[in-house]
Design a protein around this ligand. Structure first.
Ligand code: GCB
Length: 592
């Protein structure tokens, strides 16, 4: 799925800004047939929840409506007119002047709605988007809705971040020519110092396809004719962690000697490979230093914000991190484009978080019902999951920053049915992208003895909370158990092992000279203990702390205004541990 981009044959107009807004109980019947009632407006892109002070809106469960007038540029006669939603969380139905023109399920991947037959260039139309924020056992991520004794609908979910919803990413009206480039897939290899760029172009409408590759100075370094082939780049500049280099693949579709469509894809020439217990980028061992993150900030919730993107990346550079995981869902595509340009390494995670009835809101419990069954996570859940993986890989396959897919966070990989549930998803991911390694984040109570799926994956990624949820305040015992746990994986598998989560909730300003949970000293001491242990294992390929910044969660007695495991506060101020990490990761240099 190609991101809309203005090119000589394509135009776009942003629909970001203020839209009329209304929740279903106040909207009346079929609100898409008329202007929405009431004075509310909501900003796009942003989650709607925290924009409003009314708790009935913030915690609303069900449908909400967004609406605005849209002007179709008069010059688009003869082109296809599309609407692009970069994300609508979690389900969308789209209406143009009251007519249903499209729908999509899945809150973190983009979709297009073709309006060509429904709108007229030069005229306006009323665009209404119905947005449903409900999670069920058949959505990704899953959840359940129930009604209180007082008749209030409540959304419950198993993941530990607030169920922000709405239109959190950009919306565009865009035009593409009738005959056009539908998709471009690029993979890269190396032969000595020559970079090989394998490409495949899909088109609608017949015609001649030409491709040209340009370097950062705009000089053409290779070109070919045909909808697939391999471009050779002598003395190729590689895309490297910390030293990005991007070429531009210029794709043109010609008919009768005329260029009818033109599209450009930034690409990086690099290889990724797992060999034994090493993770190799461009044939060199790579060690992940970084964080699990969230798309999360005050007021805008999960809304994408370029200023936070720039600032967060500055902080990653300041702290000497080289990577992050898009926990626990695909992030806005702008984030990956930025990582491509700035040499940041990304583990791209699906929204499959919470496929585990043994965990709730970050806490482990004892599952009363099996996670995988007809009533819980079933064939329909698996189908939604497969569709999500298809959409994620379609969107992100060409980003050089993405070096690995993380297919799930803390699934019930220890339960019966896990293998049947996940094996087809693993096969699908490998078929869609044979070039990138696969991993999933292993929950604390899935161990070498009871995990049923780890052999299907390439990298073992552990989420462990020694010193926090277990041995809280007892770092001595925590260290013993952590060492034993890592040893058990390292001994059992000839695969790279990394830590994708470890950390401690920390209230900035709380201090102690003893090992006291919640203090800044305790967070530092817990991390130092982990690092001591990691450094004993040559098979270890990375450390990603939970979390980059504090973030909002659902209510719970173990959460104080959300999860406080950030190394930075929610407004991105460093806690004491940030300075120590900065020193550790600076000293690391190119250790591996
Ligand atoms: C986890 C989850 C993460 C939580 C974290 C915690 O294992 O993967 O989403 O936020 O624990 O802090 O409890």
């Amino acid at each position: 799925m190609l991101k809309p981009r203005p090119t000589p044959t394509r135009e776009q107009s942003s629909l970001n800004g203020l839209w009329s807004f209304c929740i279903d109980s106040r909207a009346g019947e079929q609100p898409w047939n008329a202007p929405l009632p009431g004075p509310l407006e909501a900003a796009v892109p942003a989650s709607f929840n925290d924009q409003f002070i009314d708790p009935a809106i913030r915690d609303h469960v069900g449908w909400v409506y967004y609406q605005r007038e849209v002007q179709v540029p008069r010059g688009w006669v003869g082109d296809r007119v599309l609407l692009r939603f970069d994300a609508v969380t979690h389900e969308a139905v789209v209406y143009a002047d009251g007519e249903r023109v499209g729908a999509h399920v899945g809150g973190y991947t983009p979709f297009d709605v073709d309006l060509t037959e429904h709108v007229t260039p030069g005229r306006t139309f009323r665009l209404t988007v119905a947005v449903n924020n409900q999670l069920t056992n058949e959505t990704i991520p899953p959840g359940t809705v129930h009604e209180t004794e007082n008749g209030v609908r409540k959304q419950k979910y198993l993941h530990d971040f607030y169920n922000y919803a709405g239109i959190p990413r950009s919306v565009y009206l865009h035009s593409i020519p009738t005959s056009h480039v539908d998709d471009v897939t690029v993979t890269t290899r190396r032969q000595g110092t020559t970079g090989l760029v394998d490409y495949r172009v899909e088109t609608t409408g017949s015609g001649r396809v030409t491709v040209a590759l340009r370097d950062e100075d705009g000089a053409e370094v290779a070109s070919l004719e045909g909808d697939h082939g391999t471009l050779g780049v002598p003395e190729a500049r590689l895309w490297q962690p910390g030293a990005a280099y991007l070429y531009e693949l210029d794709v043109q579709l010609h008919q009768e000697g005329r260029v009818v469509d033109h599209y450009t894809v930034p690409i990086g020439i690099r290889t990724v490979e797992v060999r034994g217990n090493e993770f190799l980028i461009n044939g060199e061992p790579f060690y992940f230093k970084g964080f699990g993150k969230h798309e999360d900030s005050a007021v805008r919730g999960k809304g994408h914000d370029d200023a936070y993107l720039v600032h967060d990346t500055q902080l990653l550079e300041w702290i000497n991190a080289n990577s992050f995981r898009t926990s626990h869902y695909p992030y806005a595509e702008e984030v990956l484009e930025y990582a491509d340009r700035h040499g940041i390494v990304v583990i791209d995670e699906t929204a499959a978080v919470g496929l585990n009835l043994g965990v709730e809101g970050g806490l482990a419990g004892r599952p009363t019902t099996p996670s995988f069954s007809a009533e819980t996570f079933n064939d329909a859940t698996q189908a939604a999951y497969a569709q999500h993986v298809r959409e994620l890989i379609a969107r992100d396959k060409n980003h050089p920053s993405v070096v690995m897919w993380c297919l799930a966070n803390e699934p019930a990989s220890n339960e019966e049915g896990a293998r049947e549930f996940f094996a087809p998803i693993v096969d699908l991911a490998r078929e869609l992208d044979p070039t990138r390694p696969l991993t999933y984040a292993v929950v604390m109570f899935a161990n070498v003895g009871n995990d049923r799926i780890v052999d299907l994956f390439d990298v073992i990624s552990l989420n462990r909370y020694y010193g926090w949820y277990v041995f809280s305040g007892d770092l001595d015992s925590a260290e013993t158990y952590l060492r034993r746990d890592i040893s058990s994986w390292v001994d059992a598998y000839d695969k790279p092992v990394m830590m994708t989560e470890y950390g401690a909730d920390t209230q900035p300003g709380a201090h102690s000279i003893w090992d006291a949970p919640w203090t800044e000293e305790y967070q530092s001491a817990l991390l130092a203990m982990h690092h001591r242990v990691f450094d004993e294992f040559p098979q270890f390929v990375g450390e990603q702390i939970w979390n980059f910044a504090d973030f909002q969660t659902s209510n719970g007695i173990h959460r104080v205004e959300g999860n406080k495991k950030g190394i930075f506060t929610r407004d991105r101020k460093p806690k004491a541990a940030a300075h120590e990490l900065r020193r550790r990761w600076r000293a690391f240099g190119d250790r591996k």
